[in-house]
Ligand binder design. Structure first.
Ligand code: ASP
Length: 325
């Protein structure tokens, strides 16, 4: 049934309570010990390699670039059929989408984590690792891009989002649904990802900020971003892609200074789209040179913009084409 390499990076799935105050310490369970508890089908050979031992709030572009290199080298190895990455759940969706955008491989890459440490009663750690390995070992997973396995469900990296802070039903693909499920020993798919595209990233990632709007928010954060020399800004606006009208002149200033600006929505489902004629509406922003982020969440659009800026430079029209849906 093949050989799967499990790359561990930390997160709750690697944690156990410490002796001093009972709080969880990341990295106290090593990957080999965890895998041993997962009752993985003996026909699947599993190798475990540690990449990091950190909670996912510590991930920066350095870690995701390093992880990309590691996955690339492992997946090319003779005899390796797929890779599983264990990761903290907090920023798992960003790492997963980043890898999905830059890894052009058919072999399955599956990311998982857990909401409860393996030391906790009713932990989801073992079952998630077990099922992630099953998904990675399945021929059916080839060519699906980077997948997220959580609580028996398989999602695309583009669509998976952490929807609960603690419940074992931690992830969903809001507005899209799951790709498939794992039911005991069976990996079952119901659909395939549509129109997936990868980009040849070499070198580092461009710096992109994300700025969230709220009622009455002003342009101070935008101003700070512009002055700090970022290459891109994702604005997480309202509804169909709207921002408080008072920030529009600063948005214009950002675009005129060569920063690529993308508008997304803080709504959980649906696309940004020009519908209204009011100031700060999506049409107004388009007129200022802002790019519509489609149905991507702010944090996924930030990852994509960072990749696109690194691959195409600040070619706004090219980047806009890559965001069009
Ligand atoms: N704080 C943890 C992390 O993201 C949460 C988790 O893994 O569930 O590393």
């Amino acid at each position: 049934m093949g050989k799967i390499v499990v790359l561990t990076t930390g997160g709750t799935i690697s944690s156990a309570p410490n002796q001093t105050n009972g709080l969880l310490t990341t990295g106290s369970i090593n990957g080999k010990d965890l895998v041993r508890l997962c009752e993985i089908d003996e026909r699947i050979q599993v190798d475990v390699e540690e990449v990091f031992r950190i909670p996912s709030n510590q991930f920066t572009q350095n870690e995701i670039l390093c992880l990309k290199q590691k996955v690339e080298s492992v997946i090319q190895r003779e005899g390796v059929d797929g890779v599983v990455i264990t990761h903290g759940t907090d920023t798992l969706e960003e790492t997963a989408y980043f890898l999905d955008l830059v890894m052009d491989v058919a072999k399955p890459i599956v990311i998982t984590g857990s909401q409860r440490s393996s030391a906790q009663t009713g932990s989801d750690a073992q079952v998630n690792v077990r099922q992630a390995v099953q998904v990675a070992a399945s021929q059916k997973s080839r060519g699906m891009g980077v997948l997220v396995l959580f609580n028996e469900e398989i999602y695309t990296a583009r669509e998976a989002v952490k929807i609960h802070a603690s419940n074992v039903v931690g992830f969903r693909a809001l507005g899209y649904g799951k790709l498939g499920i794992v039911d005991r020993d069976d990996v079952i798919y119901y659909r395939k990802p549509y129109d997936r595209k990868t980009y040849a990233l070499s070198g580092s990632l461009s710096h992109v900020d994300m700025i969230a709007c709220y009622q009455g928010s002003d342009d101070r954060f935008l101003d700070c971003s512009i002055k700090s020399g970022v290459k891109g800004i994702v604005i997480e606006g309202f509804g169909r892609g709207h921002v408080p009208p008072g920030i529009v002149p600063k948005v214009r200033e950002a675009v005129e200074s060569g920063i690529v600006v993308v508008i997304t929505s803080r709504t959980l489902e649906g696309r940004v789209f020009p519908v209204y004629d009011f100031p700060g509406g999506a049409q107004d922003l388009l007129n200022q040179g802002v790019i519509l982020g489609g149905s991507l969440s702010g944090c996924k659009a930030r990852v994509k913009l960072a990749v696109l800026l690194s691959v195409f430079g600040n070619d706004r029209h090219r980047i806009a084409a890559e965001f069009s849906e």
